[in-house]
Design a binder for this molecule. Structure first.
Ligand code: 3Y8
Ligand code: NAP
Length: 252
């Protein structure tokens, strides 16, 4: 057995630790989106594979028997490529993912279908808006230049984003309620824009928004390809034929 984990999420990190603790032969993969990705307890490769064909070749060359797609729910292309490459090579494939967040009492969510719809939702008078969607889609918000944007990024952007009024806060999650309450209060944030990532790593901003009564533009996730899914480390270990140790704390 040799496992390839497509990473970049808290769940991927938890799975990497679980496999390393059991000495299950595995590799970890990052796209190379940030300068210093979190170290993993597994041999790690960084960078794209070169499309479906490149991933299929990688699977064959590295004698991968099981592919776990533990990428983020918005890593749409990678998830489609994983299913296609695994089918092409006859490699077993499983997605480790987390359910989307659902609104709770007190939430003021406006659900939108994608980044363009989120931009459209910001029509109106100037506000102070937290854009907690990373770096890859910032330029789209230039269509609503009237707002002051607070950008939360992992790395400082090489060039300033095309937003006339903005400030940057550098931070990588997982985030905390106290930290996000402080951030929203100190910057006088009036509205949030975020992706429905699910999981625990980025949920703090939603609890903070609820506490402060702030509206949230929630970008709903794209539909994943037809695939087998797991929502816990235990399910992945069972799929691999390795039952979890009885005393293991495998919460993610
Ligand atoms: C490179 C690898 C771990 C994994 C930690 C999770 C939690 C913290 C919350 C906010 C939202 C955002 C962003 C976010 C979170 C976790 C998880 C998660 C959101 C790292 C990481 C990589 C990336 C890539 C990066 C994207 C960006 C998205 C920032 C590591 C830290 C906004 C997604 O500068 C860039 O180009 C950044 C790109 C893709 C989305 C975007 O479009 O910009 N993640 N994030 C991975 C690779 O190279 O393969 O260093 O850990 C991982 C994590 N980011 O083990 O603790 O599980 O989701 N990541 C979103 O949810 O909207 C921040 O600010 O509130
Ligand atoms: P994406 O748009 O779905 O993928 C674009 C291309 O990036 C893929 O076709 C592949 O290149 C490469 N790639 C993506 N993930 C990879 C991985 N784990 N290992 C090797 N190559 C990878 O992906 P994305 O949304 O940019 O996400 C990139 C990374 O950031 C992933 O690890 C993801 O889990 C993490 N992340 C993303 C988000 C988000 O909001 N999108 C949030 C948190 C973490 P080739 O075609 O060349 O193979």
């Amino acid at each position: 057995m040799r496992v390839l984990i497509l990473g970049g999420t808290s769940e991927a990190s938890a799975l990497a630790s679980a496999l390393a603790e059991r000495s299950i032969p595995a590799l970890f993969s990052y796209a190379g989106r940030v300068t210093t990705p979190k170290p993993q307890p597994l041999p790690t490769r960084v960078g794209g594979f070169g499309g479906v064909a490149g991933l299929a070749t990688f699977l064959a060359d590295n004698r991968i028997t099981h592919l776990v797609d533990a990428t983020h729910p918005f890593a749409e292309r990678m998830s489609h490529h994983a299913v296609s490459a695994a089918q092409r090579r006859g490699v077993r494939c499983l997605a480790l993912t987390r359910p989307p967040w659902a609104p709770m009492a007190g939430d003021r969510w406006q659900s939108v279908a994608g980044v363009e719809a989120a931009v459209e939702a910001l029509s109106g008078p100037p506000q102070r808006v937290l854009l907690a969607i990373g770096r890859q889609h910032l330029a789209a918000f230039a269509a609503q230049p009237q707002h002051h944007y607070l950008l939360r990024l992992v790395d400082r952007p090489e060039a300033p984003p095309p937003l006339p009024r903005h400030s940057v806060t550098l931070d990588r999650g997982p985030f905390t309620l106290d930290g996000d309450l402080t951030l929203l209060r100190e910057h006088g944030v009036e509205r949030l824009v975020c992706k429905n990532a699910g999981g625990a790593g980025a949920v703090a901003k939603l609890a903070a928004a609820r506490r402060l009564g702030l509206p949230v533009v929630m970008i709903e996730r794209p539909a994943p390809p037809p695939r087998r899914e797991a929502h816990s480390i235990e399910e992945v270990l069972a799929w691999l034929g390795h039952e979890p140790a009885p005393d293991a704390d495998l919460g993610v």
